[in-house]
Design a binder for this molecule. Structure first.
Ligand code: NAP
Length: 285
């Protein structure tokens, strides 16, 4: 017999890390609301696991987010585990990224996370118990060139999580930040699709930068095997079940190569380190 646990909400449950987390929590006896846009994927998951409830939401649309929040607030049982996982990335030098795309990215990666957290907190406070897991990234603590806006959303997730952890600890609510390195999911494919062909539309000035950093980052990625989403989902399952989770967890490639040096070096040393590693050191155009 699987022990019956409380309600969980996992955003981005249609794919990658979120899908794996929803399955693990369902197997552990949670009733899991799995939210995303692709209902075919969610319905398939619900047909395999009777305790997964599919919920359609487009987190880039504030009315959709409000409807999800009303659903949470009116649900007969409070959410005891919230996994703020939905997210994506777009790429490009800052001059190449339309600000409307930046706004949309912030809507999904940050504002929806804030709003959904606000909707779950009254129930958690009432129970004096709850776990909030926020998906940041290694890029929550440094920024790759050509990926600054994604890193900005994740830096914001880090700040929100740090402050919230202190604000709700007195109510018995735990806030945990996860910083995955590179993980093999649809994440890369989505970023490529949304970004399109940057080389075709960038200013000629930027072409050598894209070429040089693309080649350097390609070399770094060729040095390791990229693990699947299971390593992060296993970690989240362990955290949810733990009596004493740590505030922050990291896992996957890029942690040793970038996050650890960032946490050890001063700003000047890390700036040089990044320029070298990303193939941009000394480049003059
Ligand atoms: N994979 C990596 O290398 C990596 C590294 C560091 C951090 N992360 C973070 O890990 C989290 C999960 O990413 P993943 O790797 O599992 O990527 P993924 O396979 O692409 O999954 C992303 C999930 O987010 C959902 N989503 C995206 N836009 C949405 C929107 N507008 N409304 C509702 N749901 C939306 C997608 O669902 P629908 O498309 O069905 O809506 C999907 O379920 C993200 O926050 C990401 O930033 C990933």
């Amino acid at each position: 017999m699987v022990q019956e646990r409380g309600m969980a909400l996992v955003t981005g449950a249609s794919s990658g890390i979120g899908r794996e987390v929803a399955i693990r929590l369902a197997k552990r006896g949670f009733r899991v609301i799995g939210a995303a846009r692709r209902m075919d994927r969610l319905n398939q998951l619900a047909s395999q696991y009777g305790n997964i409830i599919p919920k359609k939401v487009d987190l880039s649309d504030s009315e959709n987010v409000e409807a999800l929040c009303r659903y949470i607030l009116e649900y007969p049982k409070p959410i005891s585990v919230l996994v703020n996982n939905a997210g994506y990335s777009i790429r490009g030098a800052l001059e190449d990224v339309p600000v409307s795309d930046v706004r949309r990215l912030f809507e999904v990666n940050l504002f929806a996370l804030i709003r959904i957290t606000q909707a779950c907190l009254p129930g958690m406070r009432k129970q004096r118990n709850g776990t909030i897991v926020n998906l940041s990234s290694v890029a929550g603590k440094f920024a790759f060139p050509m990926s600054g806006v994604y890193a900005a959303t994740k830096h914001a997730v880090e700040a929100i999580s740090d402050a919230l952890r202190a604000e709700v600890r007195p109510f018995g609510i735990r806030v945990i930040t996860i910083r995955p390195g590179a993980i093999a999911t649809e994440f890369n494919e989505v970023a490529n699709r949304l970004t399109g062909d940057l080389m075709a539309r960038t200013y000629p000035d930027y072409k050598p930068l894209y070429e040089s950093s693309g080649a350097a980052i390609g070399r770094i990625f060729s040095q390791f095997t990229i693990p699947g989403p299971g390593i992060i989902a296993d970690l989240i399952e362990e955290i949810v079940l733990s009596e004493t989770p740590k505030p922050v967890y990291t896992a996957g490639p890029l942690v040793k190569e970038f996050l650890e040096p960032r946490l050890k070096m001063d700003d000047e040393a890390f700036d040089k380190y990044m320029a070298e590693k990303t193939g941009l050191m000394g480049l003059q155009v």
